[in-house]
Design a protein around this ligand. Structure first.
Ligand code: NAD
Ligand code: GLY
Length: 369
């Protein structure tokens, strides 16, 4: 019987550390895609209390068929647990399970699990192999690809972490069926980001297909994941450690991270904060005369159609500036902003006039399109 959608495999090219990104349905049970990357037939799956009842058994069964013994560590769910305490729980359990340096850690979950498990893998016994199995749209299009790992600090989002690449990424599109609508939209924020920063054709396609994407049309969803991963893999291959072009992937994130930590982790979803952050960055670009009113309107309109917030919360100018000062993109005390020249054309600048920032962050830009 022919498969309707057999999926595809992209490669993130990083020399000897290159790895496959498998995208398609039914991948969770394809233990052979994982077994071939293992240094020993032993793995520890790191997941959470929401994802484990949905997908842990399927993954484990597929691995058992390949004679891989897989233990599991099941963490509490949520961004507010992406911290030292949870990381330490992972190390306690890994040691109790007698995990070794060649035991592969498998992240099964959204970006919170992926970032935290990746960081654990990077520093447990000075580095153990690691595989990403992202189960949210956001994780499939962004966080599982590219090797950024981190936990949060109360003073700043993702402040403690490393670059540490996985050996493989398996994005099983079937897992998105159980994703809540709000989480789907949050993932679409990062999808739209790729169009805005460097892929006008994709942005046009998203304008034509947003209703189908929201309705989870499987062809449209799979194409959006593939194109997003292709965009991300190309950027990371050029600039793994964010010394240049990779910083564009942070479009909207300086403001978004301020929103997330300012409101308390988990109040707004990461993708929601990024959506509002991208609107704020677009308003700043507009106020500086960089981007046209039409392009700004198209940006806001597409985010709105994705059911995402298009204004930030009124944290107050001083609070925004204080929170943004803790961003990782601060260099020599100066914030490096990602701004928009046009749809598909973003760039980095530290030269945002304070009066423009003040205007945008105190209502006009935060509040209106
Ligand atoms: P998340 O990991 O909190 O997942 C969202 C929610 O969906 C959680 O409750 C989760 O348990 C649940 N869930 C996961 N898969 C599910 C499924 N298939 N069905 C039903 N529920 C499911 O959030 P996220 O949006 O996936 O990731 C956000 C995190 O990713 C943030 O911490 C952000 O900083 C990080 N991030 C990292 C990078 C990177 O490059 N490393 C990039 C973007 C975002
Ligand atoms: N999500 C931003 C990056 O991976 O660089």
């Amino acid at each position: 019987m022919a498969l309707i959608n057999p999926g595809s495999t992209l490669t993130l090219s990083l020399g000897e550390r290159s790895y496959p990104i498998h995208i398609g349905p039914g991948l969770l049970s394809r233990g052979e895609l994982i077994a071939r990357d293992l240094a020993q037939p032993k793995a520890v799956i790191i997941t959470n209390t929401v994802v484990a009842p949905l997908y842990l058994d399927t993954l484990r069964c597929g691995l058992e068929k390949q004679k891989v013994a897989a233990d599991a560590i099941v963490l509490q769910d949520g961004e507010k647990h992406k911290n030292w305490l949870t990381l330490n729980q992972v190390f306690d359990e890994l040691l109790e399970l007698r995990a070794e340096r060649k035991t592969t850690l498998i992240a099964l979950g959204g970006g919170v699990i992926g970032d935290l498990a990746g960081f654990a893998a990077a520093i447990f016994q000075r580095g153990t192999p690691f595989i990403q199995i992202p189960t949210t749209l956001l994780a499939q299009v962004d966080s599982s690809v590219g090797g950024k790992t981190a936990i949060n600090h109360p003073l700043g989002k993702n402040m403690i972490g490393t670059f540490y690449q996985p050996r493989a990424v398996l994005a099983d599109t079937d897992t998105l069926r159980t994703l809540p609508d709000r989480e789907l939209s949050a993932g679409i924020a990062e999808v739209i980001k790729y169009g805005l920063i460097g892929d006008l054709e994709f942005f046009d396609w998203l304008e034509s297909n947003m209703d189908k994407l929201i309705a989870r049309d499987s062809e449209v969803l799979t194409y959006a994941i593939e194109r997003s991963c292709r965009n991300k893999a190309a950027i990371v291959a050029r600039d793994e450690r964010e010394e240049g072009v990779r910083a564009l992937l942070n479009f909207g994130h300086t403001f978004g991270h301020a929103i997330e930590s300012g409101l308390g982790y988990g109040q707004w979803l990461h993708g929601e904060a990024v959506a509002a952050g991208m609107v704020i960055a677009t308003h700043v670009s507009r106020q500086m005369g960089l981007v046209s009113a039409e392009a700004a309107e198209r940006t806001v309109s597409l985010l709105r159609r994705a059911r995402l917030p298009v204004q930030g919360p009124p944290l107050g100018l001083d609070r925004y500036l204080d929170l943004m000062g803790h961003d990782k993109k601060v260099e020599g005390g100066k914030i490096r902003y990602v701004l928009l020249k046009n749809i598909g054309e973003a760039f980095i600048s530290s030269a945002v006039p304070p009066d423009v920032l003040a205007k945008v962050l105190t209502g006009e830009g935060v509040g209106a399109a």
